[in-house]
Design a protein around this ligand. Structure first.
Ligand SMILES: [Zn+2]
Length: 284
């Protein structure tokens, strides 16, 4: 089933009727939970009646149903059956489209909390019309929700993939990740991050996909790149290990919700297909 999310921007007002509610308690989204599955709260303003909350934010509508978020008071006592769940823990318990909207809500509420004052002159800011920007009431400085682009880069060499390990990660290995610097293209960022973290050169950088990552404000942009030379030399300020792994001997990998895992799975599936094709043509 395809779903369509249409965004709304200030000064859009809440229409009458029932909404998908995304109330947050601190950083956690409040849902109903039953047998390991979560469901968003659904209904009119009566859903949050009796609770203390900041003015609700209309995010948009999903297949025509308005989606509304609000920050509950940190001391709010949640009604029976409601649970405050971290976004990471919520993954897989909600429909994908609603999960993505929950991430959007978390990002926008963070923006609402952190943009009340001007970073230039410390006066209060006011919402702008038609987008989520805020303008300083004194000096006119404008700001928009911060989005931090970060690349993911899977480096491969035939049947081997280069995976890295950071201090504090269980046994899990992942691909290279890093924030895009000012004045840098995404492809240049891939080359720089790979070179800085593991000391090797890459070529034939190709785009795979992207993913909003509201922890708290990243946009992950995924690439694959071919190993093009150099010895592994680990940046020990960031990593405690990096190694080549054969496609049939991969270590513990990131959780399925992450784009890094999807990139690794896509590479491994394509390598295994090629290996099988190679074997069948050999037998033929
Ligand atoms: Zn100002």
């Amino acid at each position: 089933m395809t779903t369509l999310f249409r965004r709304a921007y200030p000064p859009a007002e809440l229409p009458a009727g029932a909404y998908w509610w995304l109330p947050f308690c601190g950083p956690d989204v409040v849902v109903r939970e039953d047998d390991g599955q979560a469901a968003l709260l659904y209904g009119g303003m009566d859903v949050v009646a009796g609770l203390e909350f900041e003015p609700p934010v209309l995010l948009g509508s999903l297949d025509g149903v308005p989606c509304v978020s609000c920050q509950l008071s940190s001391t709010a006592e949640l009604p029976t059956g409601w649970h405050a769940i971290g976004l990471r823990e919520l993954y897989g318990k909600l429909d994908d489209a609603l999960y993505e909207i929950a991430g959007y809500a978390a990002h926008l509420l963070l923006w609402q909390r952190t943009s009340r004052f001007c970073p230039v002159c410390a006066s209060s800011t006011e919402p702008m019309q038609g987008d989520w920007g805020r303008r300083c009431s004194t000096c006119g400085h404008t700001r928009y929700p911060q989005l931090s682009p970060a690349i993911l880069a899977l480096v491969h060499d035939g049947d081997r993939v280069l995976l890295t390990h950071k201090p504090g990660w269980s046994a899990r290995y992942s691909i290279i990740a890093g924030f895009v610097e000012p004045g840098e293209s995404l492809e240049a960022c891939v080359q720089r991050e790979v070179e800085e973290e593991v000391g090797v050169a890459v070529a034939n950088i190709s785009y795979v996909g992207s993913q909003p990552w509201p922890f708290p404000d990243q946009l992950m942009i995924g690439y694959m790149a071919e190993y093009a030379g150099g010895m592994l030399e680990i940046d020990t300020a960031e990593l405690d290990d990096a190694a080549w792994f054969h496609v049939d001997a991969l270590p513990e990998l990131p959780p399925p919700m992450s784009l890094s895992r999807r990139i690794i799975d896509a590479w491994a599936a394509s390598r295994r297909r090629e290996l099988l094709d190679g074997q069948s043509s050999f037998r033929a």
